[in-house]
Design a protein around this ligand. Structure first.
Ligand SMILES: NC(=O)C1=CN([C@@H]2O[C@H](COP(=O)(O)OP(=O)(O)OC[C@H]3O[C@@H](n4cnc5c(N)ncnc54)[C@H](OP(=O)(O)O)[C@@H]3O)[C@@H](O)[C@H]2O)C=CC1
Ligand SMILES: O=C(O)C1=N[C@H](C(=O)O)C[C@H](O)C1
Length: 254
């Protein structure tokens, strides 16, 4: 059977009625090489996935639900693309341990599916060691459950690691007196400021500063369609990457 004749990938979407889930339902339904065979909404049994013979599940639910959903998929040998924010290092360790029983299963955790966002994180990583100061401002729609965003947390981790590896000193900051939260949340030592505002979708600025100059790396998602090429790429690739992969970087050749 040639590649063009291969059977479409059988996909299940968790959180199918949500803002992201409904876009993903449309994208997976329209792509020629993927077939939407299961939709799971709050209260539905996860057995819907196994009953439908799902090969790849896409989790777009809620930070409180995602770990249980991933555990079910891994236990049942279903590859899973995790778009939901909320899987930190501790949770990833739990998933890693459970993968011991189904080592061929892929778990692809994607903090941000938008190609521009992935690139902006890489640009921030490159810039990180050249500036004394680094801070992140993330701006989202007001119905978002988590703060800071998964993208901001991941960006802070990447920036922090790059600065540490290059031996950059702590950013200058003379603050000794402040209102709670005025300097943002410290994520791996990088201040992250979260804005929630009607009219926005998903936006982020990584600000760098040093003597006499600043650099701002900004990305804007104006529409959730911006995430769909990344969702489809992840669905197509997750089955070829056993174990845990974080981010789309490797899939994009970055
Ligand atoms: N990686 C990326 O690029 C992106 C990630 N996201 C992330 O995706 C997640 C969803 O975002 P968004 O679509 O805006 O949120 P929504 O609240 O619009 O959608 C989430 C949906 O999941 C449902 N849900 C909650 N728990 C479960 C469960 N256990 N099983 C099945 N369905 C469930 C919700 O139902 P109910 O309404 O009844 O609670 C809702 O329909 C968030 O974590 C967000 O940060 C968002 C955009 C891009
Ligand atoms: O909730 C959202 O909308 C988004 N969530 C992801 C995150 O937490 O980073 C990705 C994107 O920012 C949109």
């Amino acid at each position: 059977m040639s590649q063009a004749e291969e059977a479409p990938i059988r996909v299940g979407i968790l959180g199918a009625r949500g803002r992201m889930g409904s876009e993903a339902v449309r994208a997976v339904g329209e792509a020629p090489d993927t077939e939407l065979v299961a939709e799971v909404n709050r209260g539905d049994s996860l057995r819907t996935l196994t009953d439908a013979g799902v090969q790849v599940a896409v989790d777009l639910t809620h930070p409180d639900s995602v770990l249980d959903n991933v555990a079910f998929c891994v236990d049942n040998g279903i590859h899973v693309v995790v778009g939901t924010s909320g899987l930190g290092e501790t949770e990833l360790e739990t998933v890693r341990a459970s993968l011991g029983d189904t080592p061929n299963t892929g778990v692809l955790v994607v903090p941000n599916f938008a190609i521009g966002a992935v690139l902006s994180m890489r640009f921030a990583e490159i810039a990180a060691k050249f500036f004394e100061s680094a801070e992140i401002v993330e701006l989202h729609h007001p119905r978002k459950a988590d703060a800071p965003s998964g993208t901001a947390a991941r960006t802070a981790q990447i920036v922090s690691r790059a600065r540490e590896q290059a031996g950059v000193a702590e950013a200058p900051d003379a603050t000794t007196k402040e209102f709670d939260g005025a300097r943002g949340a410290s994520v791996d030592g990088v201040p992250v400021h979260s804005v929630r505002m009607a009219g926005l979708v998903a936006h982020q600025e990584v600000l760098f500063g040093t003597e006499g100059e600043t650099l701002t790396v900004r990305h804007d998602s104006y529409d959730r369609r911006s995430f769909m090429p990344g969702v489809l790429l992840a669905v197509r690739e997750v089955g070829t990457r056993p174990g845990i992969t974080v981010g789309l970087d490797a899939l994009l050749g970055l």
